[in-house]
Design a protein around this ligand. Structure first.
Ligand SMILES: NC(=O)c1ccc[n+]([C@@H]2O[C@H](COP(=O)([O-])OP(=O)(O)OC[C@H]3O[C@@H](n4cnc5c(N)ncnc54)[C@H](O)[C@@H]3O)[C@@H](O)[C@H]2O)c1
Length: 445
């Protein structure tokens, strides 16, 4: 994009912002949506919005014509098609946008959308770097845009119930919150295809956007970009951000105080850049450890099966499996732990039977995580101008929490994190990993 194009776009965007301030949607108005990125997830998000019935698809944007045609067909309308997202943002018929592009595009598209006066539903993880995320928060605040980040558990009825239960002290003080992503991709993972010429040089350049110019490799592009550092934080930010966000929400946590990580590409033989085995641990003031275990070479299930999050409280442990949850009571005693001696086994015998369950077991948390509910919450908030269940600041803190794990892994560090300043206090060099230099002519405003 030339400088003059950028200036024209900024001018148009400012006018659009002013126009949108004067527009207040009525209860019966249908929100006019534009979709940027209608690939794997964009298609699901589009479905979710269509399911709410309170909006219409007026525009779609993607680099792929076939994906756009597919979206147009299912839209039950006659949306315009754009290959350039800035053209969609300049369209006055679009009230709000849903962004489901690869992670390295989220910041620019989100900020440009705010400046263009559009409310924004953006997929998780919010950003590729900490500094991008902070700029996104600032842009939404400055332009007074309604925002929703795609951590849809926050709008899922059964999980709202679970989070309320934990927040009200139902399982006591949670000292340990563990979470997992398990998948056995050994031995060949995503394969090892050679670099080739791209199907279209122009499309590859647009796909890369602010990321470094590199030769085309099919694994770097559609869907599989998750395995490459220039475009994604790997499964830690892909799946881990859902878990971290759920845990933060249920426990009322903001930023961690400390973080460390270990792992690597130990056994899977493919061209991925992310680890196949990873452990991240965060420590919070107030006494909680949180962890994320990402195993790509061993997928035997957790106990109970498929419990991707476990919240270990003093009174009970909550296991969460997608939209379902259950609580297993802890056994509690008022007696002080005894000293084991060869002479006296009586104290041991007295200690064990005095443990009593802290509560009845609970197994009624049934449901499926719901993107339509998350979309509905966004549409309602666009009308009421209230904050969404997972607004940009919430998404930022959850995303940053995962990004810190990646920097700890890269530098093999135990970090102290100052959440107010959003900086490491014990590793100055690592603060340079909170951002990266965009490829010209892209600039993070
Ligand atoms: N909330 C969830 O549960 C969930 C689930 C899956 C994916 N996601 C997120 O959705 C995002 C997209 O992932 P995906 O699996 O759909 O990837 P994908 O590769 O299938 O889709 C990305 C789409 O963006 C388009 N795109 C890329 N650059 C563009 C540009 N400059 N202009 C317009 N379109 C462009 C691509 O053509 C592609 O169709 C990621 O951030 C991912 O983390 C969220």
């Amino acid at each position: 994009m030339s400088d003059s194009t950028r200036r024209d776009f900024a001018k148009g965007a400012a006018l659009a912002t002013a126009a949108s301030y004067s527009k207040i949607m009525g209860a019966n108005d249908r929100l006019r949506m534009g979709y940027i990125g209608v690939g794997n997830r964009g298609d699901q998000v589009h479905d979710a919005f269509l399911e709410t019935g309170s909006n219409e698809t007026v525009a779609v944007c993607d680099l792929r014509e076939d994906y756009m045609d597919f979206a147009v067909k299912k839209s039950r309308a006659n949306p315009k098609k754009y290959k350039e997202y800035r053209d969609l943002l300049a369209d006055k018929d679009v009230d709000a946008v849903a962004i489901a592009s690869p992670d390295h595009w989220h910041a620019l598209m989100f900020i440009d959308a705010c400046n263009a006066g559009k409310d924004v539903y953006v997929e998780k993880p919010l950003s590729l770097t900490v500094v991008e995320g902070r700029k996104m928060v600032e842009a939404a605040e400055r332009t007074r845009r309604v925002s929703q980040v795609g951590t849809q558990r926050r709008s899922t009825a059964s999980l709202i119930e679970a989070a309320d239960f934990v927040r009200s002290g139902g399982i006591g003080h949670v000292t340990v919150a563990k979470s997992y992503h398990l998948e056995n991709e050994w031995p060949n993972g995503i394969g090892n295809p050679p670099d080739t010429n791209p199907p279209s040089e122009k499309e590859w350049d647009m796909w890369l956007g602010p990321a470094p110019k590199v030769p085309y490799n099919i694994n770097r592009s559609y869907y599989k970009f998750r395995w490459f550092r220039d475009y994604s934080g790997g499964q830690l930010t892909n799946y881990g951000v859902h878990n971290v966000d759920m845990i933060r929400w249920a426990l009322g946590l903001e930023y961690p105080r400390r973080v460390t990580a270990l792992g690597g590409k130990y056994v899977v033989k493919d061209n991925r850049e992310i680890p196949d085995t990873l452990e991240v641990i965060w420590e919070y003031d107030g006494g909680t450890l949180m962890s994320f275990s990402h195993y790509d070479a061993s997928a035997a299930s957790q106990n109970p099966p498929r419990a991707e999050i476990e919240l270990r409280g003093t009174k009970g442990t909550m296991y969460l499996m997608g939209g379902r949850w259950q609580v297993v009571p802890e056994q509690i005693t008022d007696l002080a732990f005894f000293a084991r001696t060869p002479l006296d086994r009586e104290s041991e015998r007295a200690y064990k039977p005095s443990h009593k369950p802290a509560m009845e077991p609970i197994s009624n948390g049934k449901g499926v995580e719901s993107t339509p509910s998350h979309a509905r919450n966004f549409v309602e908030c666009v009308k009421t101008r209230k904050k969404c269940n997972a607004d940009v600041l919430i998404g930022h803190v959850s995303t940053v929490t995962t990004l810190l794990g990646n920097i700890a892994l890269k530098t093999r560090s135990l970090f102290e994190w100052d959440g107010n300043a959003e900086r490491f206090t014990n590793h100055e060099a690592a603060n340079r990993l909170l951002f990266y230099k965009y490829r010209a002519p892209y600039r993070l405003a």
